[in-house]
Each structure stands twice: as C-alpha cells, then as structure tokens.
Write a protein that binds this ligand. Structure first.
Ligand SMILES: C[S@@+](CC[C@H](N)C(=O)[O-])C[C@H]1O[C@@H](n2cnc3c(N)ncnc32)[C@H](O)[C@@H]1O
Length: 461
C-alpha cells in the first residue's frame, strides 16, 4: 500500500460525506436499467470499501436494520470513530474493519452491493487491482458494485490547478492555505478574457467550493489518477467484471452535449460503450459512478411491471415543456413531492396518459438528470412534530461538525445559527419552546423557515 496514502488518512480526518449515487436503492434502480435485477436492499449483504468514519454507511444501516453491512478502511482513527458513532447512535448492523484492501479477504457470504466511493482514483495501482479482484471474488450472482473515479480528458484540465496551488501556497501571504492560494489566483486572473483565463476562473470557483479540507484529499491528494472511461471498462473486463450502467445519470445528461454531437454519437449506436467514451470527450466529464456486475451475471431488459415499481425522486424544479403528456407526468410528480414513491402508486391519477407513456417520460427525465430512481420509497411526514428530534446519528454528526444526512441521503450543511437550533432538536423540547428561544436573536422567521425546510428533507422525527 502506498505509504503516502495511508499516512494522509491516518494523520488527518477525511471530510465526512454521504453520496446518493452510492446508496444501494439508487444503485439497484440504475442497475435495473442496465438489465440486472439485484437483491432487495432490505435483505441484502452490503460492503463499503474506504468507509472513512462511516458517514455514508451509517444512515443507510439505520434505515435498513435487517440488512447486514461490512465496512473497511485502512485508517485506524477513522474506523475507531465510525465504531464509536455507531455505538452512540445504537446502530448494530455494521461491522467495521480496520484493514488494508491489499490484505483483506471476505471469509463470509458474497455481497449483493459493494460501494467504493472516492477510492479508485486516489490509491496506487495495486489497490485499484485489489478492489477489482475483491469485486470479482465477492459479488453475489446478481450483485452490483459501484466504483466512482475521476475521468479523462475532463479531469486533465484541472491538473495544472494542483501545481498552481502548490506554488502559490508557499507565498507568505497565503500562510500555506489552498483557499488563500485560490483567492490570490482569482484576483490575479481578474479581467482575463482569454479562453484560458475563463477556463481557469471556472475551475477556481469549483475548487473553492470544496473547501480546504476536501481539496487536500481531492485535487491535492497524494495520488490523483484519473482515467478514461474506456480504460476503466477494459480493466474491469480483465478482472472478470462487466460494466452495467452509471449510478448517477445527471453528469451524462444528453442536455450537456454540444449541439453537433448527436449525429456523431448516433453513428456509434451499435457500440454504446464507445458512445459513452465519445460523450466524455465532448462534454469534458470529470467524474463517474460506474456500476459493475460479474461477467456471468444474467442481464435482461426490465419488463414494464418492474419499472412501475421504481420510485421517483425529483431533483430539480421540473419545467413546463409544452408537451401535454410530459407536463401531466411532471404535475403528478410535483404532487408526490417531497416523498419519493413508486410510479405504480400515482400512475392511475394521471389523465389521458397511459402507464407506458408515463414510464417513458420518467426514463427521459432520468436520462436528463431531473429525477433519480430508487428501488425503495422514501416516505416521511413533513409535519413538524410537537417535540422535534433529529435522528441519533444526525445528532452525532452535528456534534462532530459534520453535515447531517437527509432522508434522500444528501449531506446538508447549515450555518452556525441553524446548527445551534438543530442541536436543540433532541426530542426533549417542544417546537414552541425552541422557537421562543430564538426571540432574543430576532430569528423567529428564520427558525420557522428552517423547520419547514427540515420537514421537507425528512430530517425531523
Ligand atoms: C477519499 S477517501 C473517501 C472516503 C469516502 N468513501 C467518501 O467517498 O467520502 C478514501 C478512503 O479510502 C481509505 N483507503 C485508502 N487506501 C486504502 C486501502 N488500501 N485499504 C482500505 N482503505 C483505504 C482512506 O483511508 C479513506 O478513508
């Protein structure tokens, strides 16, 4: 194992983050579109590689108490933190292992879902090979793995930023801070009108949004090794794995393609993998969340009834399109929000639109990244309870200054004032008392708005 990689993660904590594309219900729905019918999440065996302090896996484990989870990470402090968090939040169905993927072997049953987010591009080649071997050896017959990675050629445009930050950080005014280096760079580039200048400014904005700690483990990590999609698929094939689909479809939305790309891609319709590689060339995509299965897994185009059982999460404000059928489906979806329920549960209420038409619209919206499909619903009450409480794990995340994780598995950051209010949501104080305590700071309206937001994100128990 690369010493620099293990040292980085043992000496400093990786910023905690949950990843919707690595949620097994999202993986299951996307795998289905690729032709694989996976096991029910509620009865599955799930493995996470590089789990860090458990921020991703713990909320999923809490939501599926009968599912068995295993999670490994090379960082001893991160695993200790994950175990302590699970303990305090009363989550008992995750086994955390402090282990290097190079030497860890699964001695139990195979896994139905394997999640490796933020791992592949940030480790040495031997660990990449070990990950693919583990997926091959440990996936169940209809199991699915999600591996995220940085992609070329899009990512190569960001490589100079690493060198620039490392150079600028050394200037006394930057005090060894990457964000200060970015600020300096941005002010130096002010007024730049060249293509290079505009490109750099866009990258600076993106990098700054990550924050100091995230940058350290992302763009500035000891290993940052992006690859072409076609290269990744080739390695997977060599390891006896088959590429299925993407878990997160939004970055591959056809809407992001330049106008002239369609005829070129059309010419390649018999070779969908090459088509995808070309789409990456045309869009400059930087990241993928690829789903893999065993090379001998049985794949089948999903039938209509199976598609009807998929649940739809709305990700954007759905537009009025002027197309009557699409607009009726969008109206029906708006009416289900913020819940994420199966197509079958609302399809009958859509006038003058056959179930087949509705499913076809949903699949188009999915391709466009406007909705996300899940194999299980997300149902909660939006109402503010008399004594509002955050879940035990979210209270723990708050204590550790980490993002809280909403019902859709999105990490949510809050400003300091809002965090103080969230901290008081432990089920011991009434809503009226909490609102009353905001009187002195004149924050009553803001507190009401905050609670409405928390209700819509399914954060209140
Ligand atoms: C960039 S972090 C990603 C954490 C988390 N999965 C996420 O995406 O937010 C990579 C994680 O992989 C772990 N890691 C790196 N090399 C490893 C290895 N050889 N075996 C097991 N874990 C490793 C690190 O300790 C770190 O927690």
């Amino acid at each position: 194992m690369s010493d620099a990689v293990s040292e980085a993660y043992n000496n400093d904590s990786y910023p905690a983050m949950s990843h919707p594309a690595g949620h097994p219900a999202v993986m299951a729905a996307s795998a289905l579109l690729g032709g694989l019918k996976t096991s029910e999440v509620g009865k599955a065996r799930i493995l996470e590689i590089g789990c860090s302090s458990g921020h991703h896996i713990l909320p999923i484990a809490a939501a599926f108490p009968d599912t068995s989870f295993t999670a490994i990470d090379i960082s001893t402090p991160a695993i200790q933190q994950a175990r302590a968090l699970a303990d305090r939040a009363g989550i008992r169905n995750v086994q955390f292992h402090d282990a290097d993927i190079l030497s860890w072997t699964n001695h139990a049953e195979p896994f139905d879902y394997i999640i490796a987010h933020g791992f592949f591009s940030w480790v040495a080649d031997e660990a990449k090979t070990a990950l693919l071997r583990l997926c091959h050896d440990s996936l169940s017959k209809n199991g699915v793995a999600m591996i995220s990675y940085n992609t070329l050629p899009g990512w190569s445009l960001r490589i100079p930023l690493r060198d620039i930050i490392q150079t600028l950080r050394r200037l006394p005014s930057c005090h060894d801070s990457s964000i200060a280096a970015l600020d300096l760079l941005e002010s130096a580039m002010r007024g730049a009108n060249s293509d290079y200048g505009k490109h750099l400014q866009a990258i600076i904005r993106d990098a700054r949004a990550k924050g100091e700690q995230q940058l350290k483990f992302d763009d500035l990590a000891p290993v940052v090794d992006p690859c072409y999609f076609s290269q990744f698929v080739h390695w997977c094939r060599q390891a006896g794995l088959k590429y299925l689909h993407e878990s997160n479809l939004a970055p591959g939305s056809p809407a992001l393609l330049p106008e002239g790309a369609a005829p070129v891609l059309q010419e390649l319709r018999a070779d969908p993998l090459l088509q995808q590689q070309l789409a990456d060339f045309f869009t400059g995509r930087t990241f993928r969340t690829s789903l893999l299965c065993r090379h001998d897994a049985a794949l089948q185009t999903p039938d209509f009834q199976t598609l009807m059982r998929l649940c739809v999460e709305v990700l954007v404000t759905l537009p009025e399109t002027g197309n009557a059928v699409t607009d009726r489906v969008c109206d029906a979806l708006r009416a289900t929000q913020p819940q994420c329920v199966s197509i079958a549960s609302w399809i009958d209420q859509v006038d003058s639109c056959s179930p087949e038409q509705a499913v076809s619209v949903i699949l188009q919206l999915t391709q466009l990244g406007m909705v996300r499909l899940r194999s299980t619903p997300v149902i909660f009450s939006e109402l503010i309870p008399e004594k509002p409480a955050l879940s035990a794990w979210n209270r723990e995340f708050l204590k550790q200054h980490n993002p809280v994780v909403d019902a859709f598995h999105l990490p949510c950051q809050f400003a300091a004032d809002d965090r103080a209010i969230l901290q008081s949501c432990d089920g011991s104080r009434s809503f009226a008392e909490i609102i009353d305590s905001c009187k002195n700071s004149g924050q009553i309206d803001a507190a009401h708005a905050l609670f409405l937001h928390l209700g819509r994100r399914g954060l209140l128990l």
